[in-house]
Design a protein around this ligand. Structure first.
Ligand code: FEO
Ligand code: CA
Ligand code: CA
Ligand code: CA
Length: 602
C-alpha cells in the first residue's frame, strides 16, 4: 500500500473485497471452519439437530440460537484445549419454525425459544498439525444456561423491593438471562455478558410509568408471546419481573454447577457488554455502553483489588469484585465551535473531532449521588439517573473496550439514524458529529494519567465510518483510497500485536455483507482499516477473538432478510442447498506450507 509502507504485523493479509455471497469469505491462504452451530449437540446425551422435529428438551442440550459474544480461556494444564463461552442473544421464530404464527405460537415453540436463549459453554480442542478447532461434546466444563436457569442477584440492589416477585420474595434469584449481546473475559478468569434488549419479552398493560417508558416497554402482548406459557412475562401479573433483567451477568466456567450472577452494581440498562481493565493497584474497571439511540457510556470502578492466581481463596475473593464500587456516566465536551460541527462528518477547522470529558458518579454502594433518587433506584433505573446528571447522548454505544497495552478506550458508536432529525433528542455534537448517522463512528478515549479510575479524560474520533468515497468519512487521517468500506461498528477486539479489530452489524446500509476488519492504531498507518472476513447473507459478524494462531467470529442471524422463511430461505449457510440457515461460531486459520498452521496477519 501507498503511504506509510507496510501494514503493521498482524494486518498483513490480502484485503477481502466487500461481498454479497452466502458464504464466509477469508483472505487467500486462509481457511474457515464451523466450530459449532445452532442445534449442535453439547453433551454426550444430546440428540442430533432435526429442524423438522425440534423440542425444548433437545434444545436445552444443544447449542442455542443467535450466538453473539464469544470468549475463550485456555484450560490450565490441558495444552491446546479451551473453554469457549457464547451467548445466545435472541431467537428468530419465523426462521426457526415452518408456518410460524406470530400471534399464536404453540406452547412448545415458546419453550424452544426460551431454551434457545442464554449461554453456551463448550470445550474446544485445537489440532496441532492443522490448527483446526473443534468442539468437544464430552467436555466436562460444557454447560447450557437458558432463559429459565437460576441466576443469583448481587450488589447493592439485591433483595430490593424493586426486585421482589411472587415467586421470589427475596429479590435475589432470577430465572434466566435474555437479550445477551456483547461481553468480556475478566482477568480473573470469568465471562461477562450484557443483557440488552429485554423489554420486548414482556407483555404490558398501558405504559404510564416513566421508568417503564424510558426502557422502551410497550402496551400489548410481548414479541414472542412467552406470557402465554409463563405468566411472569406479563407485567400486569408480575410488575417487578422486568426489573430483574438488564444487568451484566458473570459466569465462572470452572464452576459449572454454580449459579451465574447478575451484578446490580453495574447498573441496569440495555447493556451491550462489559470489558475490564485493572488499575495499577488492581481494582477492576468495567467499561460499558447502553446500546440505544441517544444513550450513554458508563464505567464501574470496584472497591476491592483483584487477587492474583487461581487458588480457591483468590477465586472466591475475585467473585465479589463486581459487587461493590462506584458507577459513573460519561460527558463529552468538544473543543471546536458548535458552528463548525455541520453534521456531515466534515472535520472542524482544528482538523479533529476531539475534546475533553468527565465521569460523573451516580452511586457508590448504598450512597446515591443523584438528587431525588435512592441508590437502589439508581441501580435499577440507571437511565433516569444518567438523564438527570446531563450525560452525553451518544449514537448507540456498543462495545467499549480498553487497549490491553496502551489503556486507550475505544467506543463503537454503531449508528443513529435519528440524530438531528426534527423532534430528535439531540442534534450533532463534536462526539457524535453526523446528522442521521447511518454508518457510525469509533471514539478513542484517553483517561487522565492513563488511570482507568480517573474522573476526567481526553477523546478524539478515530473513524467516521461509511464508504471511503463519501467525503464525510474519516479514517484517522489515513489515505482513504487504501481502506475498505465499513458501516455500523459493533464489536471491538485487540490482537496480540496491538491492532484493533471491528465486527460490523448492518452491512445492509452499504449493501454489503457484514464482516471483520483489522484497524491499525499506531504510526503512519493509523486509521488503515481493511476487511479480513465477510459473513453470509443477512448475517451479522460478532464476538471476534483475534489471536496469532486463530480467529473466532460469531455469525449471528444468517438469512435474516425481509420476507425470508423456511420455505424461502435467504441463506442456506452453513449446511448448503436445501437446508435452513444456522447461526454458528466460525474459526479462521492460516494455512501454511503442507497444510501447517501459519500466523494470522504475519
Ligand atoms: Fe445486540 Fe447492541 O447489539
Ligand atoms: Ca476539535
Ligand atoms: Ca452488539
Ligand atoms: Ca448488534
Amino acid at each position: 500500500p501507498k503511504p506509510g509502507g507496510q501494514p503493521p504485523r498482524g494486518l498483513r493479509y490480502e484485503t477481502v473485497a466487500p461481498s454479497s455471497v452466502d458464504a464466509v469469505t477469508v483472505p487467500r491462504g486462509y481457511a474457515s471452519d464451523v466450530v459449532i452451530r445452532w442445534g449442535d449437540p453439547m453433551f454426550p446425551d444430546s440428540p442430533p439437530f432435526d429442524f423438522e422435529a425440534q423440542t425444548a428438551a433437545a434444545q436445552e442440550r444443544q447449542f442455542g440460537y443467535n450466538n453473539d459474544f464469544c470468549g475463550i480461556l485456555p484450560i490450565e494444564g490441558r495444552g491446546q484445549r479451551f473453554i469457549m463461552f457464547s451467548n445466545h442473544e435472541y431467537t428468530l421464530e419465523p426462521l426457526m419454525f415452518r408456518g410460524y404464527d406470530e400471534e399464536n405460537p404453540t406452547p412448545e415453540q415458546v419453550r424452544i425459544g426460551i431454551a434457545a436463549h442464554g449461554h453456551g459453554l463448550v470445550e474446544l480442542v485445537r489440532e496441532r498439525a492443522t490448527g483446526k478447532l473443534t468442539a468437544d461434546r464430552n467436555g466436562t466444563l460444557n454447560r447450557r444456561i437458558t432463559g429459565s436457569t437460576e441466576f443469583a442477584v448481587d450488589g447493592p440492589a439485591a433483595g430490593s423491593p424493586l426486585l421482589r416477585t411472587k415467586a421470589d420474595p427475596t429479590g435475589t434469584v432470577v430465572l434466566g438471562t435474555l437479550g445477551n449481546c456483547a461481553g468480556g473475559v475478566t482477568p480473573w478468569g470469568t465471562f461477562l455478558s450484557g443483557e440488552e434488549n429485554f423489554n420486548g419479552y414482556f407483555a404490558s398493560p398501558a405504559v404510564t410509568d416513566p421508568r417503564l417508558q424510558r426502557y422502551g416497554f410497550e402496551e400489548g402482548p410481548s414479541e414472542r408471546r412467552w406470557e402465554t406459557v409463563d405468566p411472569r412475562f406479563d407485567l400486569a401479573k408480575e410488575p417487578n419481573e422486568a426489573n430483574r433483567f438488564g444487568y451484566v451477568v458473570e459466569t465462572d466456567p470452572l464452576n459449572p454447577t454454580a449459579r451465574p450472577v447478575k451484578h446490580t452494581a453495574l447498573g441496569r440498562f440495555k447493556h451491550e457488554g462489559a470489558t475490564i481493565r485493572l488499575t495499577r493497584d488492581g481494582r477492576a474497571v468495567a467499561y460499558m455502553g447502553d446500546d440505544e439511540r441517544f444513550d450513554y457510556v458508563y464505567k464501574f470502578v470496584s472497591d476491592k483489588a483483584m487477587r492474583r492466581g487461581q487458588s480457591r481463596a483468590a477465586r472466591e475473593h475475585n467473585a465479589t469484585l463486581l459487587s461493590s464500587g462506584t458507577l459513573y456516566v460519561a460527558t463529552f465536551t468538544g473543543d471546536s465551535p458548535a458552528a463548525e460541527i455541520v453534521g456531515t462528518g466534515k472535520l472542524p477547522a482544528d482538523g479533529k473531532f476531539d475534546g475533553a470529558g468527565k465521569w460523573t458518579p451516580l452511586a457508590s454502594g448504598k450512597r446515591s449521588f443523584v438528587p431525588g433518587m435512592s441508590a437502589e433506584e439508581v441501580y435499577v433505573f440507571t437511565r433516569l439517573a444518567a438523564d438527570k446528571v446531563g450525560a452525553t447522548k451518544m449514537d448507540r454505544p456498543e462495545d467499549v473496550e480498553a487497549h490491553p497495552r496502551t489503556g486507550a478506550v475505544y467506543i463503537a458508536c454503531t449508528n443513529n439514524s435519528d440524530r438531528g432529525k426534527a423532534g430528535a433528542k439531540a442534534g450533532p455534537d463534536e462526539a457524535n458529529p453526523r446528522k442521521e448517522n447511518k454508518h457510525g463512528h469509533v471514539i478513542e478515549l484517553v483517561e487522565k494519567g492513563s488511570d482507568p479510575a480517573a474522573t476526567t479524560f481526553g477523546w478524539s474520533i478515530l473513524l467516521v465510518c461509511g464508504d471511503p468515497k463519501d467525503p464525510g468519512t474519516y479514517f484517522g487521517g489515513y489515505d482513504k483510497s487504501q481502506v475498505s468500506p465499513i458501516t455500523s461498528p459493533d464489536n471491538l477486539a485487540f490482537d496480540e500485536q496491538g491492532n484493533m479489530w471491528i465486527a460490523t452489524d448492518s452491512g445492509e446500509a452499504l449493501k454489503i455483507n457484514d464482516g471483520l476488519y483489522g484497524v491499525s492504531l499506531e504510526g503512519p498507518t493509523r486509521g488503515r482499516t481493511t476487511l479480513f472476513a465477510s459473513v453470509p447473507r443477512g448475517g451479522e459478524c460478532c464476538g471476534p477473538i483475534v489471536r496469532d494462531d486463530f480467529v473466532l467470529i460469531s455469525v449471528q442471524h444468517p438469512g435474516d432478510l425481509d420476507d425470508a422463511s423456511p420455505e424461502k430461505p435467504a441463506s442456506t449457510w452453513p449446511d448448503g442447498p436445501g437446508t435452513q440457515p444456522r447461526p454458528s461460531v466460525v474459526a479462521i486459520r492460516r494455512v501454511g506450507e503442507g497444510g501447517r498452521p501459519g500466523k494470522i496477519g504475519a
